[in-house]
Design a protein around this ligand. Structure first.
Ligand code: GLN
Length: 387
């Protein structure tokens, strides 16, 4: 038989999502794949119930229903401080995963290079492979997860570098890049004619005093930034697969062509049902941030009391935890499997996210009800007896 794709041959399935399956098999508290166990805002689920019979049930226009794109343009434009035209600047996608895939397929050529920070969200590597582009990694050094500007500039200066894929707030490091860091990235993007594709899905999970800056809103960046985000995290609807791209017309038009043939359109009833969420006022985002600050603090205190050290995240709902005191010769992958099976708490092995050989970290998330977090802490407190 003829060989199958060389692209999939050297990829595995997602470790993050594999850990979720293991957690389900073992009845473990799942702090691996990041998604909430609490409800979306009531206005959104009520609207979903209301439209269950009347619909919409058929395709929306490919770019997204007009009223959905208008609500996206209003909400995202307000946050970014940019006046967005729903027809020219907004594309509704199936999750931010599709948004990034469409952007990479539309804007790069095979053989181009894509700059990524390491640690990086697992999907990016596979997405680079699928588009035949070469990922180039610049380290974010733990525990502070800052980058060396000279190393980043060297990567940008390579004439083959077409784009950087920038996750901010950053999964899994929890970094929220400062305006100064982003201005540096913007300056070298302009200097070396590099595009910036963003993943800003954690834009509303930022802990004081840190603040999220949209790189697209920095001077001269609107023309070279493809802003990808989603509603999954902000409205606790990860299964709805509602993402979007916001960009200038020139860049968005290319992304639209890929999206048109890749997924046709995002689910129509869900586009309609999320609109009341997009219309929520500033107090929703303030309360949402405060809720996550409390959850971060619950998990941090619990982990500290058990004896784990970790980097306190500035944003996102992830923490990178040092597991070296508990590994007893196991790799991080073995450790996370044992932990899931014997202690009943699932984490993601840190090596999933690093280009470099880093084997002493695991990623946990705190997008869970307070009671779920307390249950996880209670189970983890028995780690020394059970493993
Ligand atoms: N972004 C979340 C995580 O990193 C969910 C990943 C996914 O499965 N899409 O865990």
């Amino acid at each position: 038989m003829k060989p199958l794709s060389q692209k999939t041959a050297f990829l595995t399935d997602s470790v993050i999502r594999r850990m979720t399956r293991l957690a389900m098999d073992c009845g473990a508290v799942n702090l691996s794949q990041g998604f909430p166990d609490f409800d979306p805002p009531a206005c959104v689920t009520e609207r979903l119930a209301e439209i269950a019979a009347p619909g919409p049930h058929q395709y929306t226009p490919t770019w997204g229903a007009k009223n959905y794109r208008q609500a996206l343009a209003d909400k995202v434009g307000r946050c970014m401080g940019i006046d967005l035209d729903p027809d020219r600047n907004v594309l509704a996608t199936v999750g931010s995963t599709e948004a990034m895939m469409a952007a990479l397929m539309a804007l790069t050529n095979p053989g181009d290079k894509l700059v990524l920070f390491s640690p990086y969200f697992e999907n990016y590597y596979s997405q680079a492979v699928f588009t035949s582009i070469e990922p180039v990694f610049v380290p974010l050094e733990p525990p502070a997860f800052t980058f060396d500007p000279a190393k980043l500039e060297k990567a940008f200066a390579d004439p083959k570098t077409k784009a950087m894929l920038l996750c901010n707030p950053s999964n899994p490091s929890g970094r929220v890049f400062t305006k100064e860091e982003l201005t540096f990235i913007a300056d070298i993007a302009k200097k070396y004619d590099v595009l910036v594709i963003t993943d800003e899905v954690y834009e509303h999970i930022v802990f004081a005093p840190h603040e999220h800056t949209y790189i697209a809103a920095l001077p001269g960046m609107w023309e070279r930034t493809v802003c990808c985000s989603s509603l999954s995290k902000t409205y606790s609807v990860t299964g709805w697969r509602l993402g979007y791209i916001v960009a200038c017309e020139r860049l968005l038009n290319e992304c639209k062509k890929v999206h048109d043939f890749l997924t046709v359109c995002a689910p129509s009833p869900l586009q309609e049902a999320i609109i009341p969420g997009l219309r929520l006022g500033d107090d929703y985002y303030r309360d949402f941030g405060e809720k996550y600050t409390r959850k971060r603090d619950i998990l941090a205190k619990g982990l500290e009391e058990i004896g784990f050290s970790f980097t306190m995240p500035e944003g996102t709902y992830f923490m990178m935890v040092d597991i070296s005191d508990f590994q007893r010769g196991m790799t991080d992958i073995e450790f996370c499997e044992e932990l899931t099976k014997k202690v009943g708490v699932a984490m993601v092995p840190g090596s999933t996210f690093f280009k470099e050989p880093v084997g002493h970290l695991a990623r946990v998330h705190f997008s869970k009800k307070d009671e779920t977090l307390y249950e996880a802490i209670d189970r983890l407190s028995k780690i020394r007896e059970k493993m």
